[in-house]
Every structure is written in structure tokens, then in C-alpha cells.
Design a protein around this ligand. Structure first.
Ligand code: ATP
Ligand code: MG
Length: 550
């Protein structure tokens, strides 16, 4: 945990040095965020987005949004809109929006350059044969019998591959590097393969497609990216990244690939395949289900872009993989909302309170502060009368130890109103508590001298005559770790729907508006709300269960 919390910022150290040595002359820093358009972005992508865009901001440079669409069978333009909306929601704007597939012609020319230099050859091995001859970590690979084809023959065969003369898998273009290299990525890697597939952008123009390790450095170099930030699993690919650009030789100062640890979070699975399965089998309501770790999901959940950016900054950039406690993300959300949102009174599992000594038919408008920590947010007027609702959790017929809320004989402060004493508990035939008969002390009105008298408990309440019934969606983690196997499993109770009574103002809430339900947690008005019924998602509770591990 410690090395994640510590802001290593080693990426900025590298950039600082490159600026000092004028590695890129007077050129501005240029980064890129390169999603494959094959799914919705998730919180892990947010980490990469923040890193790339914030690094660009720090150095007054820019960041490109580039769709890495070199794999014709996986791409789906359906995701484009969501990707752009998500990047913008996080608060970033790209310099250019680009498509890797726009560089197919140039990539092809680069491959021809390598062939002409004797640095690439057409190989007739199929995928199995390539794997069988690749060797292992301890043994070198075996050279392909096609490795020594002449430049002329390679040019002709590559041209024929492009022209569609061969079936998928019949031939590949391989870089000619070193079958004995200790780095398996350097053992004559495949750089072009045949795929008779229609590409969303280039249609049927191509039936050969570049492999990621060949395409990505070229994409970066064409755009003039200075620092190409990627996740740790590409560390062993960096020698190939550098080799490709060096051998093509078109770019005097090629981009620098820098790797960082991918973000993992407890109780969270980010694999696109897994998330898609949850959507497809109906385990969640969609890609933007508030329990999903997608950016669309956390947005609907009520998390703010400020909180997500803060989280990405706080966890820093690590060089070793580790897992961040989800409570840290929640803490950022809480910290951001604390000073921004207004309080509202909401009670769940309501119990009726009748103030037997309060005049029938009378209503007082009580001024209650919107946010105790931010006086500038002012007061709101909340009606108070003879019949109220209190939260089921705020009454115990037989009080537990240190329970200072309502119980028979006890006096508590009704926040922003008066002190009430519970005198009588009324039950129905089933023995359930249906009403509490209380008396109020008229000399304890909030804001007056009498209210300074000490009383141990303070609870909130809702005026029964004007209460608005709301739907509440209480969320827990979507995934739980099985304590025996350590595997993550779907939490069957990740959504518990309830309802409550709210003070009248909440009846006017609009989708997207956030509140603190006083003493309960932070909530956002969901888009499912209608004029008749408001629906609220629980964003996060008031207190953290997170403890820093020592
Ligand atoms: P897949 O390979 O299954 O498509 P991916 O998560 O790698 O999934 P990409 O669209 O390729 O998806 O990712 C775009 C960028 O986001 C990449 O630069 C990738 O390194 C980065 N990224 C993805 N997941 C994480 C993560 N958990 N933490 C940090 N960066 C991530
Ligand atoms: Mg990927």
C-alpha cells in the first residue's frame, strides 16, 4: 500500500529531464489517451486519462484522443460517443481526435521499409508453428526456415498478402530481430497478419492488419507524441517499440514509452469482458448501473469528476502493481461533497410521533442550516407540526447501552425545532410500534436561549402533513471477496431498495442534484425520477470504514 500512497511521480521526473536536455527541442509535451473502441471506459481508464491529460496540463502541452482501432474484428463505433462523453465529464479536452486506422497506408510503407532493409520477412508458419519455435524463458527460439528469403521475394509475397492472395493465417510478416534474445518479444515478432474482415473505417480496403507492437509506436511517432504512457505489462515490449522506430528511421527523436502500474481497486473488477457479461445476463441494469465501475456508472452513482481526479492524484503513479482500497475512492467523494451539497431530512422505516401538547392545526416554519460547515449556504424553511415522522433507527423501546435517541422517558433534541420527550409507545395488535406519544418543551425552540440546555441526543424528523414519499436505492459493493478462496464474487445484496419520507423541498429535486440526507449519507436524484416519485441513489455513507494499514 505504502508505495501507492507515496506520489512517486517518476514520470514527471523523466519529462523534467527531457526538457532540461532539450531532447525534443522546443516542442511542447504531447501525450495521448489511446482507447480501443470496444467497450465502456472504467475507473482504470480514468487513471490513465487523468495521468495523460494532467501531465500535458502540467507542462502546458496537450493530449490527443486516439482510437486504437487496428483490430478490425473487435471495434464497435457504438462506444465512441460514450468514450468522448466520459473524457469530457472528467473535465478534459483533447487536442486532436484521431484514428489509428487512418495511418494504415503509412504503416504499410513502414513495413516495406523494413523488408527493404532486410529487417522483416514473410513467414509461412501458422500460429502454432510460431509458438512451438519461439523457445522459452530459458531456451532460445529456433529460426524460421523462411527467415532468409530474399528482399525481392519478401516484397512480392507481402504485396500478394495485401492483394488478398492468401487466406487468414497462411502467411505473416515478421520482424527479423533475434531468436536467441532473452526477451521473447524480440524473437522475430509478427508485425502484420492476414484478416479478411471489414474494418469500420477502411471497409474492405485492407486484408492485412498491423499488430499492436508494430502499430502503436508508429501511431505515436506520426502524431509527434513525446511521452507514450502505458501500463506495466508493456514494459517488456519497450525494446520492440524502440526497435521499430529506430529501424524505420523516419523520426530523429522518437517518443519515449513509459510504463506505470495499472489501477486495481478492492471489491472491483474492471475487465471489459466481465462487465459485459454482467450487463448481458442482467446482473446489473446496464453499463451505467450505479454499481458498475464504468465511468458512466460512477457518474450515475453520483460521484463527481473532481472526486475522481482527486483520487487519481492521491493514489499517485506507481511502478509496481498493487491494489487500492475502494474506501480511498469513497473518501475522495465524501471530501468533495462535504462542502458542496445541502442537507435534507429523510427518514426510513418511519415511526409516527404525535406531540400531545402541541396545538392541533398549527405549523411553524423552522429555519434549518443547509450545511453546518458552510454558513454561506444559508438556511431553508422546514415545516413542523403536531405529527412527525422519525427514522426507525432513532427509536428503541429498550435502549441499548449508550443509546441517546428516542426511548420511553428520554428527552432528545429534534434538530432545528424543539426538545421532545417520549412518554408512551403505541402498538398495533401484532405488537409493532406504530406511534410514539411525546410532549415538547416550548421553551427549547432552536435558536432561543432555552435550546442551550444540554441534552444528549439529536435526531432529525419530517413533518407528517407535508412529507414527500421518495424511493431510495441503497448500494453496497457489487463484488465481495470470498474469504476462503480470495476470489471475487457477485454480492447478492448490492442493491437494497427502500423508501422514506422526506421534507417537502426534496419533492422538487431534479435528476443529477446531490444532497446529504442528514445523518444518513450522500444521495443523488436519479434520472428515473418522475413528477410523482423521486428516486435517489446512495452515493456514499457519511463515515468511512477505511483504516490505513500500518
Ligand atoms: P482491453 O485490452 O481488454 O481492450 P484495456 O483496459 O487495455 O482493455 P484499452 O482501451 O486498450 O483497454 O485502454 C486504453 C488505455 O487505458 C490504455 O492505455 C490502457 O493502458 C489504459 N488502462 C486500461 N485499464 C487500466 C487500468 N486498470 N489502470 C490504468 N490504466 C488502464
Ligand atoms: Mg488494451
Amino acid at each position: 500500500m505504502a508505495d501507492v500512497l507515496e506520489m512517486t511521480n517518476f514520470i514527471h521526473d523523466i519529462i523534467d529531464e527531457d526538457l532540461e536536455t532539450k531532447k525534443y527541442g522546443d516542442k511542447d509535451i504531447l501525450t495521448r489517451f489511446p482507447p480501443e473502441p470496444n467497450g465502456y471506459l472504467h475507473i482504470g481508464h480514468a487513471k490513465s486519462i487523468c495521468l495523460n491529460f494532467m501531465t500535458a496540463q502540467k507542462y502546458k502541452g496537450a493530449c490527443n484522443l486516439r482510437y486504437d482501432d487496428t483490430n478490425p474484428v473487435k471495434e464497435d463505433v457504438e462506444y465512441i460517443d460514450s468514450i468522448e462523453a466520459d473524457v469530457r465529464w472528467l473535465g478534459f479536452e483533447w487536442k486532436e481526435r484521431l484514428w489509428a486506422s487512418d495511418y494504415f497506408d503509412e504503416m504499410y510503407d513502414c513495413a516495406v521499409t523494413l523488408i527493404k532493409k532486410g529487417k522483416a520477412f514473410v513467414c509461412d508458419f501458422n500460429a502454432d508453428q510460431i509458438r512451438e519455435n519461439r523457445g522459452t524463458l530459458t531456451e532460445p527460439g529456433k529460426e524460421s526456415p523462411y527467415r532468409n528469403r530474399s528482399v525481392e521475394e519478401n516484397l512480392r509475397l507481402f504485396e500478394e498478402m495485401k492483394a488478398g492472395k492468401y487466406a487468414d493465417g497462411e502467411k505473416v510478416l515478421r520482424a527479423k530481430i533475434d531468436m536467441a534474445s532473452p526477451n521473447i518479444n524480440m524473437r522475430d515478432p509478427v508485425i502484420y497478419r492476414i484478416a479478411h474482415a471489414t474494418h469500420h473505417n477502411t471497409g474492405d480496403k485492407w486484408c492485412i492488419y498491423p499488430m499492436y507492437d508494430f502499430a502503436h509506436p508508429i501511431e505515436d511517432a506520426i502524431e509527434g507524441i513525446t511521452h507514450s504512457i502505458c501500463t506495466l505489462e508493456f514494459e517488456d515490449h519497450r525494446p520492440l517499440y524502440d526497435w521499430v522506430l529506430q529501424e524505420i528511421g523516419k523520426w530523429p527523436t522518437p517518443p519515449q514509452q513509459i510504463e506505470f502500474a495499472r489501477l486495481n481497486i478492492t471489491n472491483t473488477i474492471m475487465s471489459k469482458r466481465y462487465l459485459k457479461a454482467l450487463v448481458d445476463d442482467g446482473s446489473v441494469e446496464g453499463w451505467d448501473d450505479p454499481r458498475m465501475p464504468t465511468i458512466a456508472g460512477i457518474r450515475r452513482r453520483g460521484y463527481t469528476p473532481e472526486a475522481v481526479r482527486d483520487f487519481c492524484e492521491r493514489i499517485g503513479v506507481a511502478k509496481a502493481n498493487s491494489t487500492v482500497d475502494v474506501a480511498q475512492l469513497e473518501a475522495c467523494v465524501r471530501d468533495d461533497l462535504k462542502l458542496k451539497v445541502e442537507n435534507r431530512n429523510v427518514v426510513e422505516n418511519p415511526i409516527k410521533v404525535i406531540i400531545t401538547n402541541y396545538p392541533e392545526g398549527q405549523t411553524e416554519e423552522m429555519a434549518i442550516e443547509n450545511n453546518r460547515e458552510v454558513p454561506e449556504m444559508g438556511d431553508r424553511m422546514v415545516p413542523f407540526s403536531r405529527e412527525l415522522w422519525v427514522d426507525g433507527d432513532d427509536f428503541m423501546e429498550v435502549p441499548a447501552k449508550k443509546y441517546f435517541r428516542l426511548f420511553p422517558g428520554n428527552e432528545v433534541r429534534f434538530k432545528g425545532a424543539y426538545f421532545l420527550t417520549c412518554n408512551e409507545v403505541v402498538k398495533n395488535d401484532a405488537g409493532e410500534v406504530v406511534e410514539l406519544h411525546c410532549t415538547y418543551d416550548p421553551d427549547t425552540k432552536s435558536g432561543t436561549e432555552g435550546a442551550n440546555r444540554k441534552v444528549k441526543g439529536t435526531i432529525h424528523w419530517v413533518d407528517a402533513a407535508t412529507a414527500v414519499k421518495i424511493r431510495i436505492r441503497n448500494y453496497d459493493y457489487l463484488m465481495l471477496e470470498n474469504e476462503e478462496t480470495g476470489e471475487m464474487e457477485l454480492n447478492p445484496d448490492s442493491l437494497v431498495e427502500s423508501w422514506g419520507y422526506a421534507e417537502p423541498l426534496l419533492g422538487e429535486a431534479k435528476p443529477g442534484e446531490r444532497f446529504q440526507f442528514f445523518r444518513k449519507g450522500y444521495y443523488i436524484c436519479d434520472e428515473l425520477s418522475t413528477d410523482d416519485e423521486k428516486v435517489f441513489n446512495k452515493i456514499v455513507g457519511l463515515k468511512s470504514s477505511f483504516k490505513v494499514k500500518k
